[in-house]
Ligand binder design. Structure first.
Ligand code: ADP
Length: 466
């Protein structure tokens, strides 16, 4: 059974059910035909009994046929399709009179059957159906009337019918098996197309798609689902490829710069100051590389979104203060002014470590993309549903067309105009991933050369409740 192909299995199951059904139908046909044939015969015999009983005359405990000669003649001349055999017996079961068609034969009296009971017996090896009816004079039994009719016709009908049904039964089943197999084969044809397409799909060839069947049935839905699954796999693999190539490019750039600087440096002896400058430059590139590797590791860590979050009640004010103190040197160097309205304490339910990464990236960007003496505003507010944190800078801003793209990995806006501002293009993609994990809504609005506003909205319902 395991080795049967799918279409043969469908056909096999179908045929088992059909075989049972046909068996029931054929049995019913045979029983109905048999019943009606016998019923017909029984009616004929009963009619004959009635006719003959009305033709006898009982006298002095004896009986006789009223019109014997007429009767003999009639019995002799009547051409019946199914001949009727009549015999009269006396009380001692001895023959008195019989129809001429019996010739030298006699109908046998059956002691084991009841009077008036119809039963099958034989006359000269031919099947007959017979009845024996007692004849009374008052309450005294004076004889019997035996009536029989040939069963040959009925037997022939029934034999023929059973033979036809027995031959037709396996033939119909074999025929139905092949028809079912053919239909099943045709119905699952789209599956072969799916298998064929699936076979030619490899990691490097994800372009092929399953041709959708014309009928919008389950196989259509299956093909559609597989196609959209392939679409998603293709997008993911393309993104992975893009990420790998971007990451290797980003990693190679500082290494090439360091290598080039050092190679130029050792070509001939330099003065101390030049050595110091070049080494400082290399250190800054190594720092950049370090930062890049850190961010790549962060991204890889949060790629798996099943991160277990450590949700607790956190003071937004103190996390922001922690981040600001981390950037105190930059704030001082750039002479930035920090304006914050921390009149009250704003608490949110979130993960401390991840939230600190988000705020760190956003405040670092706000400072990085601001000019000297700029003002950085951090505003906290709260409503019944959420706590909002807005980080507003008056820096270089972002072109409107780039607002969508800045969340993409390695995407950097304004690189050409501001080559002095270094970055990896990974910060905001990390922020977006973490905001998703923490269920924090982030909206960035910006105007070029005027400033950027980033708003984080923390829902007041706990993360664990949702
Ligand atoms: P980067 O390491 O380049 O800062 P991010 O992912 O943090 O990478 O930011 C992506 C890009 O978005 C940046 O290159 C920059 O062009 C733009 N950007 C982000 N924050 C700001 C901001 N506060 N002001 C201006 N531009 C910004």
């Amino acid at each position: 059974m395991q080795k049967l192909s799918f279409k043969n299995r469908i056909a096999f199951h179908y045929i088992i059910t059909t075989a049972l059904l046909i068996f029931v139908v054929f049995s019913a046909i045979y029983s109905i035909v048999k019943y009606s044939v016998y019923n017909h015969l029984n009616t004929d015999i009963s009619r004959e009994v009635e006719n003959h009983l009305s033709e006898i005359e009982v006298k002095d405990d004896n009986f006789r046929l009223v019109h014997l000669e007429e009767w003999n003649e009639r019995e002799h001349n009547t051409l019946d399709v199914n001949p009727v055999f009549i015999q009269f017996l006396n009380a001692n079961k001895e023959s008195i009179e019989k129809s001429p068609n019996l010739k030298s034969e006699n109908l046998k009296f059956n002691f084991s059957t009841e009077n008036y009971e119809l039963y099958d017996t034989k006359l000269l090896n031919n099947k007959i159906r017979q009845i024996q009816v007692p004849i009374y004079s008052g309450s005294k039994l004076i004889g019997y009337l035996l009536v029989a009719m040939s069963l040959e016709g009925a037997a022939m009908v029934l034999t023929n019918l059973s033979e036809i049904l027995l031959i037709a039964y396996p033939l119909i089943l074999v025929l139905l098996f092949f028809i079912a197999r053919f239909i099943a084969g045709r119905s699952i044809k789209p599956i072969s197309a799916i298998i064929e397409t699936a076979n030619i799909i490899t990691k490097d060839n994800l372009k092929s798609r399953i041709v959708l069947p014309q009928k919008k049935d389950e196989l259509f839905v299956l093909s559609q689902t597989i196609n959209s699954l392939l679409d998603r796999i293709e997008t993911t693999i393309d993104r992975e490829k893009q990420f790998t190539s971007d990451a290797s490019h980003e990693l190679r750039t500082p290494l090439t710069v360091i290598k080039g600087t050092l190679e130029v440096l050792i070509r001939k002896p330099r003065d101390n100051e030049e050595y110091q400058n070049k080494i400082k430059y290399c250190i800054s590139e190594v720092n950049r590389l370090n930062h890049l590797v850190d961010q790549l590791l962060l991204l890889a860590r949060f790629e798996n979104q099943n991160q277990s979050l450590k949700i607790e009640e956190l003071s937004l004010n103190s996390i922001i203060s922690e981040v600001l103190s981390r950037y105190s040197t930059v704030i001082e160097t750039k002479k930035c002014k920090i304006s914050s309205n921390f009149s009250e304490d704003f608490t949110v339910k979130s993960d401390h470590y991840l939230l600190a990464i988000v705020l760190n990236n956003l405040i670092s960007n706000a400072l990085k993309y601001s000019k000297e003496n700029a003002t950085l505003q951090i505003q906290l507010s709260s409503s019944t549903e959420q706590v909002e944190c807005a980080i507003i800078d008056s820096g270089i801003g972002i072109a409107e067309s780039d607002l969508e793209k800045i969340f993409h990995q390695f995407y950097r806006s304004n690189v050409g105009e501001h080559p002095e501002i270094k970055g990896t293009g990974l910060g905001l993609s990390i922020v977006r991933k973490l905001c998703f994990l923490l269920k924090v809504n982030i909206v960035i609005s910006s105007k070029e050369n005027s400033g950027t506003r980033v708003v984080l909205s923390f829902p007041k319902t706990s993360l664990t409740e949702s």
